[in-house]
Design a protein around this ligand. Structure first.
Ligand SMILES: Nc1nc2c(c(=O)[nH]1)N[C@@H](CN(C=O)c1ccc(C(=O)N[C@@H](CCC(=O)O)C(=O)O)cc1)CN2
Length: 283
């Protein structure tokens, strides 16, 4: 497949933006391969809408610079990605392996177009599987002050030029400083259908509540625990016969697939985080 650019753009909704961008692309002789757009009007203030756009188009000399110049002049927020450059992922894990293995295997199979450059664990349990796939595993125990633990993890991520951190059931809360290093570039899998059951032990909370569905939510990580912009969710039916152990068992499959789908959306550059702590996930 030919290399291409992916453009994510957003601005105040107004006539002519799509025409402006398609005009620049076409003027450089590039073929538009995909185009998607969405306009959101505030529920309380229907006067001002926000336009979100996603383009895929052929790489052509001079086009990147021309687009960057024009979009900056027009105060359009944008990110321009080169499909030839794979996202570098750091996988963080504690003890549970289901989400960790799912991401490793999907990248290994080429189903998720990315490169897992390292794994970081606060337990040694998942070292063997990571190293069996050639992924360096760094053991960073969390029995030291959080600041020291995170200093080590940031250094590992810097050394590997990490673009995206994926928390595959990593069960330590990251500090504001750490999260700010990777704004909208840390994806977590929470083992409940948020906003239900935030925090620790969501399956125990769900069992006590007598729910008829359990679920999982993948979201960008912010300083507010489990409150970040939601990328993907799913649920599975349960009933009164499920104890907490059974809920956890059936939930593992949902957690792994929801996280994998969220990571795939991100590395395909299909996600825009809007100002309202929500996401637009393009087709
Ligand atoms: N800054 C953030 N860090 C993390 C988030 C997040 O949303 N923001 N998600 C968690 C994962 N997680 C739920 O999905 C989660 C993990 C652990 C706990 C928790 O309370 N753990 C310990 C305390 C650990 C600590 O103090 O570091 C506990 O059980 O008491 C709650 C939710 C990953 N990090």
């Amino acid at each position: 497949m030919k290399d291409k650019y992916i453009l994510l753009a957003s601005c105040k909704d107004q006539v002519g933006i799509t025409n402006l961008i398609t005009g620049i692309i076409s003027k450089h002789g590039s073929n538009i391969l995909h185009l998607d757009h969405f306009t959101e009007y505030d529920y309380d203030n229907s006067d001002e809408g926000q336009l979100y756009l996603r383009f895929e188009f052929e790489k052509v000399n001079g086009l990147k610079a021309a687009l960057e110049s024009e979009l900056e002049q027009k105060n359009i927020d944008f990110e321009l990605f080169d499909s030839a450059l794979n996202t570098k992922i750091a996988l963080f894990v504690s003890k549970e392996d289901h989400a960790f293995n799912e991401i490793l295997l999907r990248v290994e199979r080429g189903e998720i177009p990315a490169e897992i450059v390292c794994a970081v664990g606060n337990h040694e349990d998942n070292r063997h599987f990571a190293e069996s796939l050639g992924v360096p595993f760094y053991y960073v125990p969390s029995n030291e002050p959080k600041e020291k633990v995170e200093e080590k993890m940031l250094a590992i991520c810097d050394d590997h030029e990490v673009d995206l951190i994926v928390l595959a059931k990593y069960m330590q809360i990251l500090s504001d400083d750490f999260v700010n290093h990777y704004k909208d570039r840390i994806i977590n899998i929470h083992h409940s259908f948020l906003p239900s059951f935030i925090g620790a032990n969501p399956y125990k909370q769900a069992w006590k509540r007598g729910v008829k569905f359990v679920g999982a939510t993948s979201h960008y990580v912010t300083a507010d625990l489990d409150e970040g912009p939601i990328i993907e969710q799913n649920v599975i039916r349960v009933n009164h016969r499920y104890d907490v152990k059974s809920l956890k068992k059936i939930g593992r499959h949902v957690e792994a697939t929801v996280l994998a789908q969220a990571v795939e959306y991100h590395v395909l550059h299909k996600v825009i985080v809007n100002h309202g702590n929500k996401t637009i996930v393009f087709d």
